[in-house]
Design a protein. Structure first.
Length: 196
C-alpha cells in the first residue's frame, strides 16, 4: 500500500507535524485560515522548500530519492501553476484527449497561447498536466479555487476516478466545507503552523 506518511516534519512557519497519514486510495482534506501553514506543509512534503523530518510513500523514503524523482511521484499542484512555453501544446505530449473533454476543454485549446487562457482554463489544464505524469500521490492546493460549481465537480470527478484507478493518496487543501464533505475520507485543520 502506498500510504503517504509524514513524521516530525518541520520548517519555519510550521510546527513539527506528527501523525499525518493519507492512506492509499483516500483523500485527506486540510483546511484552516489564510496564512495558517497549509501551503507550507504541502511544499515541505514535496521537498520544494528546506525542511526537516521524514516523509515516505509506501516503502519509499523521500530522503532516499533525488528531489526531482520524488517530485515526479508526489506531485504538488499549486493554485496557479507556472507555464514555461508560450503555447499549451508543448506541455501536452501525452495528455489523454478524453481528460480534456471531461473538463469541458476542446482539443483546440492545445494551440492557444497560455497568456490568453482564463485562470480557470489554466487551472483545469494544470490538473491534466499533473495527472498525465501518472503521480503516485497528489498534493492539491485549492485545485478548484478559480472554478465555477460545474467545473469544480468535473475536476473532482476526474481526480476521484484517477485516485480509484491507481489507488493514490490525495492531500487536498480546501476552504469549501461542501467540497470537503464530497471528497474527503478524513479532515484535518491547521492554524498557526499547528496541525490538529
Amino acid at each position: 500500500m502506498n500510504d503517504l506518511v509524514v513524521e516530525r516534519l518541520e520548517r519555519p512557519g510550521l510546527a513539527p507535524i506528527q501523525g499525518l497519514t493519507v492512506p492509499a486510495g483516500q483523500t485527506l482534506c486540510l483546511h484552516g485560515p489564510s496564512g495558517s501553514g497549509k501551503t507550507l506543509l504541502l511544499r515541505a512534503i514535496a521537498d520544494l522548500d528546506p525542511n526537516e523530518g521524514a516523509v515516505r510513500l509506501g516503502t519509499l523514503r523521500r530522503d532516499d530519492l533525488p528531489a526531482p524523482e520524488w517530485r515526479r511521484r508526489v506531485i504538488y499542484v499549486p493554485p496557479e501553476s507556472h507555464w514555461w512555453e508560450e503555447q499549451v501544446r508543448p506541455h501536452a505530449p501525452q495528455w489523454p484527449p478524453d481528460w480534456l473533454s471531461r473538463l469541458d476543454l476542446g482539443p483546440d485549446i492545445l494551440d492557444q497561447p497560455v497568456r490568453r487562457l482564463s485562470t480557470g482554463e489554466r487551472q483545469r489544464l494544470a490538473m491534466v498536466r499533473a495527472l498525465s505524469r501518472r503521480p503516485a500521490a497528489l498534493l492539491l492546493d485549492e485545485p478548484t479555487a478559480n472554478l465555477d460549481d460545474e467545473n469544480t465537480r468535473r475536476v473532482e470527478a476526474l481526480l476521484q476516478d484517477y485516485q480509484h484507478a491507481h489507488d493514490v493518496p490525495l492531500l487536498w487543501v480546501s476552504h469549501d466545507p461542501a467540497q470537503r464533505g464530497r471528497v474527503a475520507n478524513q479532515n484535518r485543520s491547521i492554524d498557526g503552523g499547528q496541525l490538529s
